[in-house]
Design a protein around this ligand. Structure first.
Ligand code: VG1
Ligand code: CO
Length: 543
């Protein structure tokens, strides 16, 4: 075994997006492509002597290959120790948990999350810092700068390690410890929730289906739901991680988790349904005949947070991404705690949690989590709901309806337009931005524009400023239209249109969501000409 220095040349376009670098597998397979990015991470970190790194991924195609490359390069960079999940598996929340528990310097997640996998699918890589959370923009920009100038990378010529057996192996001067990917995480979950109450719920005949979508959360769900909590075997469906997710899109929404939705809409529906995404950080919550929107789920968790023992002291504050509905703001106001509005992407929540300003965060994109780690956490959200169902003894639909009756309903929907020509999308956003200064005060049907801007966020902890985080048009009645470009797509541009309308009157809480939002969608088209310009007659995905 010797350490070698390999000459390389920069690749264009290695700038991390909303959540790490995501590209087609074939792009990652180019010689030196992954190595360059990993070396850029290490260069930006500097000396790592004596430090521990955590490595794991969602098990998608290229995961194992990438981990072997990273292990050899970590040894060459001088890390003292690497913890790697058995089989190369670590869900994003589990990796965050392991970094924190073992005092690691940081970690590398291999995942393109909700994007499809397989040889023709997507791959991704993301660096997490010592608090367990995604690296802030200051660090991702430093990594990107490195990718543009590096001329060499260092690696070892050691053979591949066995990732399937737990235990310690030596790689150059570095120790590689293959760990149980579930153990630390399951222990943390046990410390937050009323496991006895949930066990009693299942023992009493309560039924559930958890859809692992053939992604990383299956093994976690099996160990926790069917193991620790005594749910019957078969509660977890599609529970074996597959390199191509069985050919599906591992994105837990009613469109992609159609099998689960069909079960939950059926005559003999289970009492509760849930699903998680590729890397286990997203969640979808479903009751018989009702899919809870992520924005409502966040608000409901906020309103009932003390139901779980880990949150008995209540909320310090909450945070939501800007496009997420304002349902949680109403709960925060009622509780008298602050509600922060951040740009899209979990990396913006880290500082607020580290500073003790918030202990609950969420995004409209099926992401919910707390300060137990620094990532969103799919199984955590599912366990919270189970805990709530167990102590409240109410079905999902009743919990949701009672929440609306108390706080009002924020009708909400996201319309995604995928694979739009990137130039058309950029021009559309630029033209929209140009209209913003003149919009305030203008009337569109029943709506009058109160505020129109391109969202700018100043981090209250470190003062970092993020600009151009999405165009928002806020009406006087609180209704909102938000448009932004995705930072995780790998084909052309994905335009996301977010629509929200508040309805206080319980007598009007039973409307069809798309009908309730129809007038706002029409205004969005009038202002952006998104459909007309993109040639899409309808959104690709509506959630
Ligand atoms: C999307 C979501 C965002 C989420 C991000 C990563 O980003 O909108 O809320 O944080 O994915 O989620 P974008 O830029 O495509 O809108 V995950 O589960 O893919 O790591
Ligand atoms: Co994810």
């Amino acid at each position: 075994m010797t350490i070698q220095t390999i000459t390389t040349q920069p690749f264009a376009g290695q700038r991390p997006g909303t959540s790490g670098l995501r590209k087609k597998v074939t792009e990652f397979q180019q010689p030196g492509y992954l190595e360059n990015f990993v070396q850029a991470i290490f260069n930006s970190l500097g000396d790592c002597a004596g430090q521990t790194l955590v490595v794991g991924g969602d098990g998608r195609y290229f995961n194992r290959t990438a981990i072997q490359v990273i292990l050899r390069m970590a040894a060459a960079h001088g890390f003292a120790r690497v913890l790697v999940g058995q089989g190369g598996i670590l869900s994003t929340p589990a990796l965050s948990c392991v970094i924190r528990k073992h005092g690691a310097f940081g970690g590398i997640v291999l995942s393109a999350s909700h994007n499809p996998g397989g040889p023709d699918g997507d791959f991704g890589i993301k660096y997490n810092i010592g608090n367990g959370g995604p690296a802030p923009e200051k660090i991702t920009e430093a990594i990107y700068a490195q990718t543009q100038v590096l001329t060499q990378y260092a690696t070892s010529d050691a053979a591949d390690l066995d990732l399937d057996r737990q235990g310690v192996t030596q790689l150059e001067q570095m120790q590689v410890e293959v760990i149980d990917p579930v153990l630390d995480y399951a222990e943390l979950m046990g410390s937050l929730f009323d496991l006895d109450a949930i066990r009693a719920l299942f023992a009493g005949g309560f039924t559930m289906r958890f859809d692992g979508m053939h992604a990383v959360s299956g093994p976690y769900a099996r160990a926790i739901l069917e193991g620790l909590l005594g749910a019957p075997v078969g509660t977890v469906i599609n529970g074996n991680p597959l390199e191509d997710f069985g050919g599906h899109h591992p994105d837990p929404n009613p469109v992609n988790a159609a099998q689960l939705i069909a079960m939950m809409d059926g005559a003999d529906a289970p009492d509760f349904g849930a699903a998680s995404d590729g890397d286990g950080d997203r969640n979808m919550i479903v009751g018989p005949g009702i899919a809870v929107t992520p924005s409502d789920s966040l608000a409901i968790i906020a309103a009932n947070v003390t139901a779980a023992p880990g949150y008995a002291a209540g909320l310090k504050g909450v945070a939501r991404s800007m496009p997420t509905s304002m349902a949680t703001d109403r709960v925060a106001a009622a509780l008298g705690v602050p509600c922060f509005e951040t740009p899209t992407g979990w990396k913006y929540f880290g500082n607020l949690m580290d500073a003790g300003m918030v202990n609950l965060c969420g995004e409209e994109s099926y992401g919910t989590g707390s300060d137990h780690i620094r990532e969103k956490d799919g199984i955590w959200a599912v366990l919270f709901w189970l805990n709530l169902l167990a102590v409240s003894n109410k079905p999902v639909a009743q919990i949701v309806q009672e929440h609306w009756s108390r706080f009002g309903r924020n009708y909400y929907s996201r319309h995604d337009y995928e694979a739009v020509d990137a130039t058309i999308a950029d021009t559309m956003m630029a033209d929209l931005r140009a209209q913003l200064p003149a919009l305030a005060g203008q009337q569109f049907g029943e709506f009058t524009v109160q505020l129109a801007d391109d969202f700018v966020y100043t981090d209250p902890v470190d003062g970092a400023v993020a600009t151009k985080q999405g165009v928002r048009i806020v009406m006087e009645d609180g209704s909102r239209i938000v448009l932004r470009l995705s930072g995780t797509g790998t084909e052309g541009a994905t335009v996301r249109l977010y629509l929200e309308r508040y309805e206080a009157d319980p007598a009007r809480h039973g409307q069809d969501v798309q009908q309730a939002l129809g007038p706002l969608a029409a205004i969005a088209e009038q202002l952006s000409q998104l459909r007309q310009r993109s040639g899409h007659t309808a959104p690709t995905v509506v959630t």
